[in-house]
Design a protein around this ligand. Structure first.
Ligand code: ASP
Ligand code: CP
Length: 366
């Protein structure tokens, strides 16, 4: 791949974030560290408003006009079900046409065109690129490469290698936000100063070493002082040092744990994850015993009545289907919330989030 002499992923985070902004606003959506608390809360409110507006026929029609003059490219060269479909649905909610490339063997890459050139070709036909890619850093490098083009368009990261999945993390926060807020007014209040995560214990469980959703979500939750994070994993798959250092720097209470049954009764939310064995070199993690890191039927008596059970999905055996119809299972909601949050993010990137906000305030009395 053609890499610029200065690799943006090597720069200090502050500088990386600046390079991804435009006019002091988020432009490319690549890293969870780009979101401060004010922006997270704002986007949760916009997602909530979008969800409510879309519920009425006239509202859905209105939303449909907002970006009907724009086109999106979904460039997904790593498998996906939810992220692809929810971004596609989010585009449709906002009236935005979209096209996709999922199999690069049908593109001119087979004739030797680089991925780098392919992305720049896409920038000539579309108004934004939503990308899932197997290599860490590729989306960020391409966002910076697009900055140098005469026609610059935003790039949104739908999952980059083992590194980050920021839009998943945003939908996860939105899901928790909906679980922890007491009322609709609480969720859409314009001047909310409340920290809904204060005093909450949230456990991440499973393959924390390679789960990109956990990395991104940790960065977001670290914006909420008073939250307590538990990392529950076998020692071979425990969260990496850079994340622990980040939490320490930000004075976020966190503990490493090695047994789910021991801590599950203490949690307001558990965030289950599967073994990410596609990153194995030679099946080295297949023999790890995950029985102490699974939410089984036997654990049910220990769970709080108001526990929120999350999972980015897909799942394997770590989350028993026993919970599927339990009201505490929020993993179904996560998927639908992903559509609203992604619509909110796209609206923000195109600077039309205020159109949604104004519409909401003129039709609903909050
Ligand atoms: N779907 C999520 C991701 O792409 C989680 C997973 O695959 O385990 O990161
Ligand atoms: N949660 C998630 O990213 O799912 P997909 O991998 O199916 O997109």
């Amino acid at each position: 791949m053609d890499i610029r002499p200065e690799d943006p992923t090597e720069l200090p985070t502050r500088r990386r974030v600046r390079l991804l902004s435009r006019d002091d606003r988020l432009y490319h959506v690549i890293l969870a560290q780009q979101f401060d608390r004010e922006l997270i809360d704002h986007l949760c409110r916009i997602a909530e408003m979008t969800r409510i507006i879309a519920d009425a026929r006239a509202g859905a029609r209105f939303l449909n006009t907002i970006l009907s003059h724009k086109r999106a490219m979904l460039y997904f060269t790593q498998p996906s079900t939810r992220t692809f479909l929810s971004f596609a649905a989010a585009c449709q909610v906002l009236g935005m046409a979209y096209n996709d490339v999922r199999d690069p063997t049908t593109s001119s890459e087979v004739k030797g065109e680089t991925e780098d050139d392919t992305v720049r070709v896409l920038s000539q036909y579309f108004d934004c690129i939503i990308m899932r890619h197997p290599r860490e850093g590729f989306a960020e490098r391409m966002a910076n490469r697009l900055n140098g083009m005469r026609r610059t368009i935003p790039l949104l990261n739908g999952g980059s290698g083992k590194d980050q999945h920021p839009t998943q993390a945003m939908l996860d926060v939105y899901t928790l936000y909906r679980c922890f807020a007491e009322s609709l007014a609480d969720r859409v209040r314009h001047d909310s100063e409340r920290n809904l995560f204060e005093g909450k214990t949230i456990a991440f469980v499973g393959d924390l070493l390679r789960g990109r959703t956990v990395r991104s979500l940790t960065y977001l939750l670290a914006r909420y002082p008073g939250v307590r994070l538990l990392f529950v994993a076998p020692k071979e798959l425990q969260i990496s040092e850079d994340i622990i250092e980040y939490l320490e720097r930000n004075e976020i209470v966190h503990e490493l744990k090695y047994d789910l049954p021991e801590v599950v009764g203490d949690c307001d939310a558990v965030y289950m994850t599967r073994l990410q064995d596609e990153h194995d070199k030679d099946g080295e993690t297949k023999s790890i015993d995950l029985s102490r890191f699974s939410l089984t039927e036997e654990l049910e008596p220990k769970l709080r009545r108001d526990l929120a059970i999350l999972h980015p999905l897909p799942r394997r055996g770590e989350l028993d289907t026993f919970y599927d119809e339990d009201p505490r299972a929020k993993y179904w909601d996560q998927m639908r919330n992903g559509m609203w949050m992604r619509a909110a993010l796209i609206a923000y990137v195109f600077n039309v989030d205020s159109v949604i906000l104004d519409h909401y305030h003129s039709y609903y009395n909050y």
